[in-house]
Design a protein around this ligand. Structure first.
Ligand code: SF4
Length: 222
């Protein structure tokens, strides 16, 4: 028999209420003066890897306000990209990646961002998390679950699943999370993981999910 998540409707209702004042994470946020395209989502996501939200937001704005298509990016040299995205983590590697991916999109995909997981995963530096994010927030497709560190940690703490990697978490959640919650899952859990169920010493005393949580692996909380 397939395992189900107890009280899942209540949990998502409470989570939506508690996260409502916090808005959306940077990658899925609408950016002023930047078109909402799959390419913009892809580049924002690459910039966000191992980088704080505020830093990602500023770097995305500096680069994407003026340069938001593969053609525009390939006109820039590496130094120009590096300067615009600094100080995101690994900015030199990311500048090279962004330029290479833009060139690949022009050479192999007629300047378009692929709208399949297989196509996206062919791009160098694009892993499952980024590909899923582009499918959900870039192409607005349903049926995908982007899993980052928060989306991996929290379902394990809640006791929904017992997994070791984000890839295992994605596969486990695809089986037990009702489909109606897939579209909201990443936004909600990323925000929740940044504000309440933080990696070290989560704020359990103010958490709206406390009565549903098994706190697996939580040694200290506030
Ligand atoms: S009760 Fe604590 S560990 Fe459980 S979800 Fe809330 S903050 Fe996270």
């Amino acid at each position: 028999m397939t395992k189900t998540i107890q009280h899942v409707d209540d949990i998502f209702r409470l989570l939506k209420q508690q996260m409502a004042p916090h808005g959306k994470p940077t990658v899925s946020q609408k950016k002023p003066h930047v078109p909402e395209t799959p390419f913009v989502t892809l580049i924002s996501c690459l910039l966000s890897l191992r980088t704080k939200d505020e830093v990602t937001a500023q770097a995305s704005r500096r680069l994407l306000t003026k340069y938001h298509t593969p053609e525009m990016i390939t006109q820039l040299n590496l130094k120009q990209i590096e300067t615009m995205i600094y100080p995101v983590g690994f900015y030199k590697t990311k500048a090279r990646r962004i330029k290479d991916i833009s060139q690949t999109l022009l050479d192999e995909f007629e300047g378009n961002v692929p709208d399949t997981m297989d196509g996206l995963l062919r791009l160098k530096g694009v892993g499952r998390k980024t590909a899923n994010i582009v499918m959900v927030y870039g192409h607005k497709k349903h049926g995908y679950l982007p899993i980052d560190t928060h989306c991996h940690r929290i379902p394990n703490r809640l006791g929904w699943i017992t997994t070791k990697t984000p890839e295992e978490t994605e596969q486990a959640l695809l089986k037990i999370l009702p489909r109606e919650y897939w579209d909201d899952f990443n936004d909600l859990f990323v925000r929740f993981g940044q504000t309440i169920c933080v990696p070290i010493s989560p704020f359990c005393s103010i958490c709206s999910l406390e009565k549903y949580c098994k706190k697996i692996g939580v040694k200290n909380c506030r």
